[in-house]
Design a protein around this ligand. Structure first.
Ligand SMILES: C[S@@+](CC[C@H](N)C(=O)[O-])C[C@H]1O[C@@H](n2cnc3c(N)ncnc32)[C@H](O)[C@@H]1O
Length: 528
């Protein structure tokens, strides 16, 4: 008969092997493309079937009276989820987990443990908990609005703080595994008579004692923490700090956590650091907790760096143009700039408003959806391009990368852009009369203008041509100004973003198209 602790570890190894095998089989299944995110569905099945620390008991609780299959679990998901939720709650309440409310509350005014500090300094106007509750009626509107805003602040701060703690948790746990391994090694010196297994067990039992956890819990958690360390070793600390919620499941079930995926992460390492360093300049401060330097590797704008698909070190954008233009410079813009010398303060993109009534109320009517547009999120009803207009402008998940086929740089998607989603607005200098340079031609009410991105602009400047493009430019009028928007035709994560420059661009040009598509129309110089 196998002793209970060995049978448990055997059971865990077996279930992990089965899960990996099933996941591989699932990923190689011919109909995989037709499934909507099969890995997630598969994970949901695992999650429904197993509990974090007490798998056997939980399976019994989740499905009264029997075994389950992925398809059988789907129609009763809500029932199982509630059972699981309640069981998890009881488990947490009775576990050794410490929830110390004081450590959070002392940072927030109004609580008995809060430091005496002028509340205005913290952006709070009252200490009364009642003032945080909404009031109704006309007289209560400003109160309700005030308490809504204060609650937005509180909720945002707490959500951000908890996200930061989650990052801290994974980096400290990854580092802990390294400390554990060094401690086991040190026991070889201090207790040479101990076998390797005994040294490991001794270190484990010492850790159990310090954490106050049972050996099984400790082993389960260490298995997950080892996954964090593997991710850190391959993708760097930034890969851990910015990991999404799925990291726990990824490391727990290890579906896809294999040498190939770690090799892939190694190639992404510098690219992740470019984005993390430039978009979150202080993220490395967290690394002080694990004894790592906090100095940034990449500074400036995210698109001041050109990354390489093979994982080579990113290079400054400017350096990639010096051989063509020794004076090259590029200013990153969020909005187009109108060339005063060309237009004397007039904006040639201005379009006559559709509705005088809306205009009088400070709104515009959208020509695409007929709804009212406003830069004020509360008044805006047009959601044609929500990541660009009518609310906060989202940071676009793209990077400038070095092509390997002579097209110099290009733009690469880091996430999926569904068909119809915006990649960005084509912004640059709104001017006229330029020749022999690449410009976007535009015209409104018979007035022609050009948008030039030679010295100023955004990432849309780096979009190359393809005869089979996955994006296209569209005109859109926002608040009576014509904008040119780069819209996805369906872009996969990692794909290069391309548009069709059109026949008129290639006609008579002393260049040939290198898009490499079988349908390429401009392979030879001057094919028009
Ligand atoms: C707007 S820029 C695009 C970014 C450019 N690759 C760069 O590194 O600055 C347009 C220029 O990129 C190059 N290019 C874009 N698409 C190309 C293609 N399919 N074949 C060859 N060259 C291309 C041409 O030199 C073209 O003049």
């Amino acid at each position: 008969m196998v002793p209970p602790n060995q049978s448990e570890s055997l059971r865990q190894s077996l279930s992990r092997a089965i899960i990996d095998h099933l996941a591989d089989a699932l990923l190689q299944h011919p109909s995989i493309d037709r499934l909507s995110n099969p890995v997630l569905r598969f994970e949901a099945f695992i999650e429904d079937g197993l509990y974090e620390h007490e798998p056997e008991r939980s399976i019994d609780h989740a499905v009264p009276g029997g075994s389950r299959s992925p398809s059988a679990s789907e129609p009763v998901v809500s029932e199982c989820s509630l059972t699981k939720f309640v069981a998890g709650m009881w488990e947490q309440i009775h576990s050794g987990t410490q929830l110390d409310a004081r450590s959070i509350l002392e940072h927030y005014p109004g609580s008995p443990t809060a430091p005496a500090m002028p509340l205005q300094d913290l952006g709070w106007r009252t200490t009364s908990p009642a003032a945080l509750l909404p009031r109704t009626g006309v007289a209560g509107f400003s109160d309700a609005h005030g308490s809504f805003n204060r609650n937005n602040t509180l909720c945002r701060r707490v959500t951000q703080a908890s996200r930061t703690y989650r990052s801290v948790e994974v980096i400290v746990q990854a580092r802990w595994i390294e400390h554990f391994e060094s401690y086991v090694d040190s026991l070889a010196v201090t207790s040479p008579a101990m076998s390797a297994t005994k040294r490991r067990k001794a270190a484990l039992m010492e850790a159990c004692n310090d954490f106050g956890w049972h050996e099984k819990d400790m082993r389960n958690r260490m298995a997950v923490w080892r996954g964090y360390k593997e991710i850190k070793d391959a993708g760097g600390w930034a890969a851990l700090v910015f990991a999404g919620m799925g990291i726990y499941r990824f490391c727990k079930y290890r579906i896809g956590l294999n040498p190939e995926s770690m090799q892939c992460l190694r190639r992404l390492r510098s690219r992740i650091e470019v984005a993390a360093d430039t978009l979150h300049p202080s993220w490395r401060q967290l690394l002080v907790l694990v004894g790592e330097p906090a100095q940034r590797r990449f500074t400036g704008h995210p698109h001041d760096w050109v990354v390489f698909p093979d994982g080579s070190n990113p290079v400054p954008l400017r350096s990639t143009y010096l051989e063509y233009d020794p004076l090259f410079s590029f200013e990153h813009l969020d909005e187009s700039v109108v060339d005063v010398n060309a237009w004397r303060g007039d904006d040639p993109r201005w379009v006559l408003p559709l509705s005088v009534a809306a205009c009088c109320r400070g709104l515009e009517t959208c020509r695409k959806c007929g709804q009212e547009q406003s830069d004020n999120a509360r008044l805006n009803s047009c959601h044609c391009f929500p990541s660009l207009f009518g609310g906060p402008r989202a940071v676009c998940p793209v990077q400038i990368f070095r092509t390997c086929d002579g097209r110099n740089n290009g733009l690469q998607a880091l996430a999926v852009f569904e068909r119809g989603a915006t990649v960005g607005e084509f912004v640059g200098l709104v001017t006229k009369g330029l020749s022999d340079v690449d410009v976007m031609e535009g015209s409104v009410a018979g007035r022609s203008f050009q948008i030039w991105q030679g010295r100023q602009g955004n990432y849309t400047r780096f979009v190359n041509h393809s005869c089979k493009p996955n994006a296209q430019f569209e005109n859109f009028v926002w608040m009576s100004t014509q904008r040119t928007i780069l819209v996805s035709k369906g872009i996969e994560a990692d794909q290069e973003i391309t548009v069709d420059y059109s026949r008129s661009y290639w006609c008579g040009l002393d260049k040939r198209c290198l898009c490499g598509e079988s349908c390429c129309r401009y392979k030879a110089i001057d094919n028009c």
